[in-house]
Design a protein around this ligand. Structure first.
Ligand SMILES: Cc1cc2nc3c(=O)[nH]c(=O)nc-3n(C[C@H](O)[C@H](O)[C@H](O)COP(=O)(O)O)c2cc1C
Length: 189
């Protein structure tokens, strides 16, 4: 069982990273092989709009570090996606990743219909971290991410961290850490 985490925060020891690490630790506890991909460390361009993926669903013609990410997305059994809230939305790194994931969305007019190009029935966790104390403040972002990942055809759990003061906020929040660890175990079982 392979569990993947996609990290959209540039902070190596920040809140999103901490929560994703806990999720992977929970998954590892119950026997999963885990991997974290830091989007910020990759040489990855934004989608070039070539639309070659409309002819070859599941493939991206832009040959950069996203190729490795794509392979990991296809071959993982469960995936956690994490991003800080930047200017009322996901981080730029994470948006770049989402645009590149367009290659995984089948053509609704095509023979494949809406069936995902990667295995359906998997478990996903969406993790967000925000300065605003109101956990509902960025509901639109959660709904946006839910809509996107529902294309992948699985079950989705959400962890929202609100009211962060600094990059250590998650590390000092036992209840949050425990929630993240629990999500990691849930993804494997
Ligand atoms: C460029 C930038 C934009 C931000 N915009 C928002 C925002 O719109 N709303 C908010 O609640 N917090 C905002 N924040 C605060 C971050 O969401 C918050 O610090 C979060 O915990 C960072 O997560 P991280 O430690 O995983 O990077 C912003 C932070 C930065 C650096």
């Amino acid at each position: 069982m392979k569990v993947l985490a996609i990290n959209g925060s540039p902070r190596k020891k920040g809140n999103t990273t901490t929560m994703l690490e806990q999720i992977l630790a929970g998954a590892a506890e119950v026997g999963a092989e885990t991997r974290m991909i830091d989007l910020n460390a990759l040489k990855m361009r934004g989608c070039q709009g070539c639309l070659a993926c409309r002819e070859n669903i599941g493939e991206c013609a832009c040959k950069d570090d996203f190729q490795d990410v794509l392979e990991a997305l296809k071959t993982s059994d469960a995936i956690a996606f994490g991003t800080p809230i930047y200017v009322f939305n996901v981080s730029g790194q994470f948006k770049c990743f989402l645009d590149r994931c367009y290659c995984l969305v089948p053509d609704p007019e095509g023979e494949a219909g809406y069936e995902a190009a990667i295995p359906p029935g998997r478990k996903f966790t969406i993790v967000t971290s925000q300065g605003d104390e109101d956990p509902e403040a960025y509901r639109h972002v959660i709904e946006y991410l839910r809509m996107i990942f529902s294309f992948l055809g699985g079950t989705i759990r959400v962890i929202t961290q609100a009211g962060t003061e600094d990059r250590d906020s998650a590390r000092n929040d036992e209840a949050l850490l425990s929630k993240a660890r629990d999500a990691g175990r849930w993804m494997v079982t």
